[in-house]
Design a protein around this ligand. Structure first.
Ligand SMILES: Cc1cc2nc3c(=O)[nH]c(=O)nc-3n(C[C@H](O)[C@H](O)[C@H](O)COP(=O)(O)OP(=O)(O)OC[C@H]3O[C@@H](n4cnc5c(N)ncnc54)[C@H](O)[C@@H]3O)c2cc1C
Length: 381
């Protein structure tokens, strides 16, 4: 077993780290305070090839392997989780499934322009009444000649207002339930497409989230991805792969919070000593570092399995997402504790990590859903 990164993987990590330090870190806290989308950062990320990281070069992307992509996500989230999720959604749940399931013409039309740096995209599965139980969604797609009319409401859609296109799911045959679900590309300029107001979130303040209202939204037949009835399969296989990206983001949040805690522990003195000289604080740092290392191993294991072409990714990607997202929350909690009252202040970055960590055990499958995926495989269901 070899734990070394390749030369190329190390180079990608260094490149993204430099980008995160020089282009993202300087404005991250301010954008969080103002709830401002990082438009200029995303434009520069596009120039660097970070919008289509795993899309092959012939499709306009950067052709990275999944390990490199995970390293990149960790580096981005270590500095700004809002920027990381904006890019993760574009890469993992928008462009990747479009590349996997699109026809050559659809790849050219939908994937190439974004992957080559032209903008971000989104994924619209969740509805107000259907989150974990995505198979119970209600949005309908009724065929009318050479187009479909979509009616329904999508909820919690990341990259709202800024996304050029969204991979959306709707029922073409409601009598079949999840088996009647179909995937479509929808775009904000379509008749009958409307964003709701921005969600007022606890964290990830610089990422844009809203509902999408579809009212007789006219979607041409050539925007259907895959066959009618294949949508749920596309959604689930997308999430199996993308959970590695959320695991990597979680790892980045944990590392970012841990580094702040270590730095602070070396500056603050109590009872005549620096904080890091108290064994209680050292033990906290040791717990944080150990859990981070375990999360990193699970995340890279899942990424390696994807690169090796393993077909059944459910359990291995759920291990990584479940564990790393819980670790991010525990580490962010402890990082605030190490800071005392200052950790409760918006002046220190750990407060932002603490809020941003919270959603990691919720989106792209809650921790309970990850345990359902793991449990089903364990008992052979
Ligand atoms: C900031 C943010 C961004 C998001 N971005 C997107 C996006 O871009 N696209 C998109 O489609 N969605 C997105 N989501 C939605 C997200 O994926 C869902 O909210 C998530 O899957 C949970 O669904 P829910 O909120 O409906 O919770 P529910 O499904 O109602 O679950 C509520 C609670 O019950 C638990 N639970 C549910 N069923 C079971 C069960 N059978 N057994 C045990 N426990 C159970 C859950 O784990 C949870 O704790 C986003 C959400 C947030 C907060």
């Amino acid at each position: 077993m070899n734990f070394d990164l390749t030369e190329n993987q190390r180079m990608i990590r260094e490149m993204v780290r430099d980008f995160a330090e020089n282009e993202i870190r300087p404005g991250a806290a301010e954008r969080d305070k103002r709830g401002e989308f990082p438009a200029e950062v995303i434009r520069k990320a596009g120039e660097l090839g970070l919008l289509g990281m795993t899309i092959p070069e012939e499709g306009g992307g950067s052709g990275m392997d999944t390990v490199s992509y995970s390293l990149a996500m960790e580096e981005l989230a270590r500095v700004c989780p809002s920027t990381a999720v904006t890019l993760s959604v574009t890469n993992s749940v928008c462009l990747w499934p479009l590349w996997q399931h699109g026809t050559p013409a659809q790849r050219e039309k939908f994937v190439r322009p974004l992957a080559s740096g032209g903008g971000i995209g989104g994924f619209a599965l969740t509805e107000p009444g259907a989150g974990s139980d995505a198979g119970s969604l209600k949005t309908r797609a009724d065929k009318k000649g050479d187009r479909y009319l979509l009616n329904g409401t999508k909820a919690w859609i990341t990259n709202a207002f800024h996304g050029k296109l969204f991979l959306a799911f709707a029922l073409t045959d409601p009598s079949k339930g999840a088996k009647g679900m179909t995937a479509f590309v929808i775009t904000p300029e379509m008749k009958g497409f409307r964003f709701g107001p921005p969600e007022e979130k606890m964290g990830l303040k610089a990422s844009a989230t809203s509902q999408i209202f579809l009212e007789d939204c006219e979607v041409p037949e050539e925007n259907r991805i895959g066959e009618e009835g294949n949508g749920y399969r596309i959604a689930l296989s997308t999430l199996d792969g993308s959970r590695v990206s959320i695991a990597a983001q979680s790892l980045g949040v944990a590392v970012g919070a841990y580094e702040e805690a270590l730095k602070y522990a070396k500056q603050r003195r109590t009872f005549g000593k620096f904080l890091h000289e108290h064994q209680a604080i050292q033990f906290m740092l040791a717990d944080m570092a150990t859990e981070i290392e375990a999360a990193r191993l699970l995340t890279l294991q899942a990424a390696c399995r994807i690169d090796a072409g393993q077909e059944r990714l459910g359990k291995v990607s759920a291990f990584a997402k479940y564990y790393a997202s819980e670790v991010a929350n525990r580490v962010a909690y402890q990082a605030v504790q190490v800071h005392g009252s200052y950790g409760y202040s918006r002046e220190y970055p750990v407060e932002r990590f603490y809020r941003d960590a919270r959603v990691l055990t919720i989106y792209e499958g809650t921790s309970e859903v990850q345990k359902m995926v793991i449990g089903r495989e364990l008992v052979g269901g």
